[in-house]
Design a protein around this ligand. Structure first.
Ligand code: PMP
Length: 373
């Protein structure tokens, strides 16, 4: 089997997993005041300092969550919750955890959805037009999970200078592939998930600048400085910290390898004369994702045929797979064309081999031949 769907999720790093199991004796509740609790608390706070340092944040600015979906909800609902029907801005190409959160809050906030252009980049003129004096929040992703296209974070920050709007960034697909520095970006809120960077599923974090106050979404005990009730998932939080550390330490090596794999795929498909077009601007995309339009067939058919050939790929967000609706990201970029139903996302890992890429190209070639004859 060849798996090329690493933007959907990654395997857990075995060394990190082993380390966690070796430390499993430390099982205390970090909120307990006895020694066992204090030791767990120390572990938790060590992980918090480590993740904070990797983002150039302070430890007090990190809130651990059950993943990026929760972190995105926490940021968006937390800002909207304390205000009286505020104006907020997001883009049409966000992940479902952002987009559907705003959709669910349309009675509580006035939401403007800004489209992306054909490069996959947010329409900056439209963003500028949307921005108002009373805009409370702008939520925009750093790297798109379907196309890999990076949004112009510095230009967006610049556009917001002098405005009171908070900037929330979903950086799930960015960390480990590029430097994520909250200070340098000038963001107020930033979401991450461990399972996209060889950590476990079900753990993530929200960076929240100390100047920002959010209404809690998960109310309960006073954990996470009252921002999120519930006993902290100490094991997985430590695993996330370790995975982030490793992803950061190995970032250059990993992303160079990912870029090589991407190049290899594009070159192999071109020399095999399999017709395709790249969706979005390949020169503005993260190292590990590429989205290709195959005008000669439907993505649904192609994915099934590839799966039968032992190739695991997806059309975009796994959160929509199964139904395979037209991609909302590609529809925003290109309008209602067949690109939205005839495109596939390839997402790479530094662990992949050249042979795996060749097998993907071969399988695509076989399907193409069969359809053409
Ligand atoms: N945002 C983006 C851009 C994503 O790719 C994902 C994962 N599909 C999420 C948010 C949600 O992350 P999680 O699975 O940790 O809830």
């Amino acid at each position: 089997e060849v798996y090329a769907d690493y933007a959907a999720t990654t395997p857990v790093d075995r060394d990190i997993l082993k380390n966690i199991i070796d430390n499993a004796d430390e099982f205390g509740n970090p909120s307990s005041i006895h020694k066992a609790g204090k030791r767990a608390k120390a572990q938790l706070e060590k992980a918090r300092r480590q993740t904070a340092a990797l983002l150039n944040a302070s430890a007090s600015e990190i809130i651990f969550t059950s993943g990026a979906t929760e972190a995105n909800n926490m940021a968006i609902r937390g800002v909207i919750g304390r205000r009286d029907r505020p104006h907020v801005i997001t883009t049409e190409v966000e992940h479902a955890s952002v987009l559907n959160t705003f959709k669910a809050l349309e009675a509580d906030a006035e939401v403007t959805y800004v489209p992306a252009d054909e490069r996959g980049v947010v329409d900056m003129a439209a963003l500028k037009r949307a921005l108002r004096e009373d805009t409370a929040l702008v939520s925009i992703m750093l790297v798109n999970n379907e196309t890999g296209v990076m949004q112009p974070i510095y230009e967006i920050r610049e556009m917001l200078s002098g405005s009171d709007a908070l900037l929330h960034v979903d950086a799930v697909q960015a960390f480990g592939h590029m430097t994520v520095d909250v200070e340098d970006f000038g963001v107020d809120l930033l979401s991450l998930s461990a399972h996209k960077l060889y950590g476990p599923k079900g753990v993530g974090l929200l960076y929240k600048s100390k100047d920002v106050h959010l209404d809690p979404v998960i109310t309960g005990g006073s954990q996470e400085r009252d921002a999120r009730g519930g006993t902290e998932n100490t094991m997985w939080i430590q695993a996330m910290a370790a995975a982030m550390q490793k992803a950061s330490d190995e970032m250059t090596r990993r992303s160079i390898r990912e870029m090589q794999l991407k190049e290899l795929l594009l070159n192999t498909l071109t020399s095999a004369e399999i017709p395709f077009q790249v969706n979005g601007d390949v020169n503005q995309s993260a190292s590990h994702i590429i989205n290709l339009y195959f005008p000669w067939t439907d993505a649904e058919f192609l994915l099934t045929a590839l799966d039968m050939a032992g190739i695991c790929l997806s059309a975009g967000s796994a959160c929509h797979a199964g139904t395979l609706e037209p991609s909302h990201v590609l529809s925003s970029m290109y309008g209602e064309t067949d690109r939205s139903t005839k495109s596939i996302r390839f997402s790479f890992s530094y662990m992949m081999t050249d042979e795996e890429i060749e097998r993907i190209a071969e399988a695509l070639g076989d399907i193409y031949e069969r359809l053409m004859n």
